[in-house]
Design a protein around this ligand. Structure first.
Ligand code: PMP
Length: 393
């Protein structure tokens, strides 16, 4: 049997990360491949207690349909948390989504027609690129450095390109590069978005996982015209299994997201939202985040130290001040996909960086996650990775 699929399916392929993650389920694999939080930090007992309380106190409500916008007490708490990002807002500007990933898909649905242009960082988050691909856009990649996107190149592209519809940015501990934008570039990008009347999608799953220094104000905090759509999530600060994230935007824009959510899945799970809300009432999420940061920062330190000791000298890597990833650049002669195959034989996995460039190239890069493996496995894994690199040089 051969069914006739829509044209848009032609551009949609299995994600390389998904395929790799399947492999990394094998317990003997040391995996730096996924973006998984450390499971030993999930507050299982607390969530169990909160689930019981929700069922006991408001069982029928928790199992019933709820409003598309989300559970109001949770929306209120999120609106307050937006202060951390320098944003004063209230609950009417918050939509609860099924992870921030859903906000990315909705962005495509709301802004993109076939052939429209998405401007993104080079490299950018594969999951967003895949979500946008369903709407058949063209991607123009803007080069990035340690301070974020190159604003001169961005301006040149904006001047000379028609049909740019979305500027997609991950300014804090970017996936995959681990880099964070400077405040100056955050201000500049708003200036350009205002000039060219563009929406900015500010995707920020990692900003609260800062190990040192102060959190910079979000791009949204500089937005005076209501053009920034901020995507947040509890996936990395609590647990991804709830599938709870949020979109924060001016009401006129948010209303489009609400309409699309209605047609997509009506609402996020009432039960998950109520458990999360109860957790935020009875426990201090910021205290929990402190625990996560202390574990991840040790893992980052150890990973960077081992990479410095074991990697050949001409190999560059980022030293992120937070988040989950470091980004490695190999000599151009080494293809990271070949290196990945070699490493899988040694039971080590990572994601070849080429997949984060929508228009291809840059096959000598790789993304390494340090949140999900314990310290012993980090050292063994980096040593095996270094051995494989040396063999390929
Ligand atoms: N954006 C970025 C940059 C991410 O790294 C991720 C998760 N890896 C997401 C969005 C989606 O996260 P979630 O749907 O779990 O909130």
């Amino acid at each position: 049997m051969k069914l006739n699929y829509s044209k848009r399916m032609d551009g949609i392929k299995a994600s390389e990360i998904r395929e790799l993650l399947k492999l990394t389920q094998q317990p003997e694999i040391i995996s730096f491949a996924g973006g998984l939080p450390a499971p030993e930090l999930f507050p299982v007992e607390e969530i169990k207690e909160m689930s019981m309380k929700v069922l006991e106190d408001m069982g029928t409500k928790a199992l019933q349909y709820g409003p598309t916008e989300g559970y109001d007490p949770l929306r209120e708490k999120i609106a307050k948390r937006m202060k951390k990002y320098g944003v004063e807002t209230d609950m009417k500007n918050i939509l609860i989504t099924s992870g921030s990933q859903q906000g990315l898909d909705f962005t495509g649905k709301i802004f993109l027609d076939k052939g429209d242009v998405v401007l993104c960082e080079s490299p950018s988050y594969l999951g967003a690129l895949n979500a946008f691909k369903a709407y058949e856009p063209k991607f123009i990649e803007i080069p990035t450095d340690d301070d974020g996107m190159n604003m001169e190149v961005l301006e040149k592209v904006l001047k000379t390109t028609d049909n740019v519809k979305v500027l997609y940015l991950i300014p804090d501990f970017q996936n995959p590069s681990g880099r964070t934008w400077s405040v100056e570039r955050r201000k500049k990008v708003i200036e350009l978005a205002n000039k060219y009347n563009l929406p900015i999608v500010e995707d920020n799953p990692y900003g609260e996982l800062r190990f040192e220094g102060n959190m910079p104000p979000s791009i949204k905090s500089f937005d005076t015209e209501g053009r920034v759509i901020f995507l947040g999530t509890f996936s990395k600060t609590l647990c991804p299994g709830f599938r709870l994230g949020w979109t924060c935007a001016d009401y006129e824009v948010l209303n489009k997201y609400i309409l699309i959510k209605q047609g997509s899945d009506l609402q996020a799970s009432t039960f998950s939202q109520m458990i999360l809300d109860r957790f935020l009432t009875e426990y201090d999420l910021d205290e929990h985040i402190e625990k996560i940061k202390s574990v991840y920062s040790k893992r980052r330190d150890l990973m960077i130290k081992t990479m410095r000791e074991e990697f050949p000298e001409d190999i560059e890597f980022t030293v992120p001040e937070g988040g989950l990833f470091t980004w490695v650049t190999l000599p151009e002669s080494i293809n990271a996909r070949d290196l990945a195959t070699k490493c899988i034989e040694k039971k080590v996995a990572f994601v070849p960086g080429g997949s984060f460039y929508p228009n291809g190239g840059n096959e000598n890069t790789l993304r390494i996650n340090y949140s999900n493996m314990d310290e012993e496995r980090i050292v063994i894994g980096v040593k095996r990775l270094a051995e494989s690199i040396k063999e390929m040089i």
